[in-house]
Design a protein around this ligand. Sequence first.
Ligand code: ADP
Length: 393
Amino acid sequence: MADTLRILMSLANPANTSVASLLLAREELDYVICTEPDQLLKEAAAGVGVLLLEEERLRRQHRELTAFLDSLPPWSEPPLILLTGRRGQSAEKILVEQFRNITLLERPISSVSLISHLRAGRQARKRQYQMRDLLTHLRQISQGLEQEVAERTAEAERRRLEAERSNERLQHFASTISHDLRQPLLVISRYLQLLEKRSGDRLDATSRDFIAHMSTSADRLQTMVSGVLAYSRIGSQSLKPEIVDAAEVVALACANLEVAIADTGAAITHDQPLPRCRADKLQLVQLVQNLISNGLKFVRDDRPHIHISAEQRSGTWQFKVRDNGIGIDPAQHQLIFKLFNRAHDKNGYAGTGIGLAVCKQIVERHGGSIWVESAPGEGASFCFTLPDGQIAD
Ligand code: ADP
């Protein structure tokens, strides 16, 4: 059906038809006179702005017309202006109530009033066309969006599967490697011990020194292999989020570090209260434990003091683990989160350079980020965020 504003006129009385035609022509309103019963429907099917009917004509074609209008989408029923008889003889209810968009005008009607109703009808029709175009446009946008969402979802799923597969490969690789490495390492350690036990008194000091170095390196390699395995496990195991009280997390981490805390005489304090978060409890304990443990390790002469605080910032919780230790050169701030990177390797601090890489992995798996604020000799503040969505009230 074409977009048109033409008036389809079907009047019973030929005299009325002539008067109305003259009037519409004078007002330069496009119109078609439909005298034959079928003609009105045929013209309407081709395109209609306003239907102008006399009651008698409607009665004759009522069924066909309602069937035709019912076949149109609800928004597009054209305005119908029905000229009825005098009050009391006006169109029966049953005749008109089927039309959504009907205006009843009682005869006789002034030409001014008829024209103004026809113009209003044309305006209403115009708005229908505009509304339809708008809806079509919105539908296209929504289809485009739906397609984009579908494509992105498929892409995300593809990446998830890929990540899952690569995690599985990594996990398999790490456990195979660590198993294969562990065995010969154990053998080396054991034979070094045997060598020292059986031939220790026959060896000179330098040889004993060599053996001690080899033992230390073998032990260190053992620790590194275990660390790599733990690192790969954190990355591949699925998270088990639950509501966790951060104060409880700190308490559990401190319990695991009981000996080191007692040995260093460290003071561990935290904000009261700390928030509750939605996180994998074991991983959160591991994270806080690694940070506290570093605070206990990289100390100056004074007694270590580690304080844990949390504040809400632009939709996230920001935790801070602050110590009064040796601090870190800003040039190292990014590097220390990479596997095996150590900023104080030559200063006699033991370690493997795995702890912070594990921390980074844990935080990122929870959708947050981690960084350090520090300068040499001024202690270090390790900050990490957990997004607000992960936080329970
Ligand atoms: P490790 O402690 O086994 O060396 P980490 O990955 O935990 O490994 O830390 C990497 C490096 O970051 C450390 O070797 C150290 O140089 C630096 N570092 C970490 N935590 C601190 C801290 N609290 N104070 C000073 N330096 C730190």
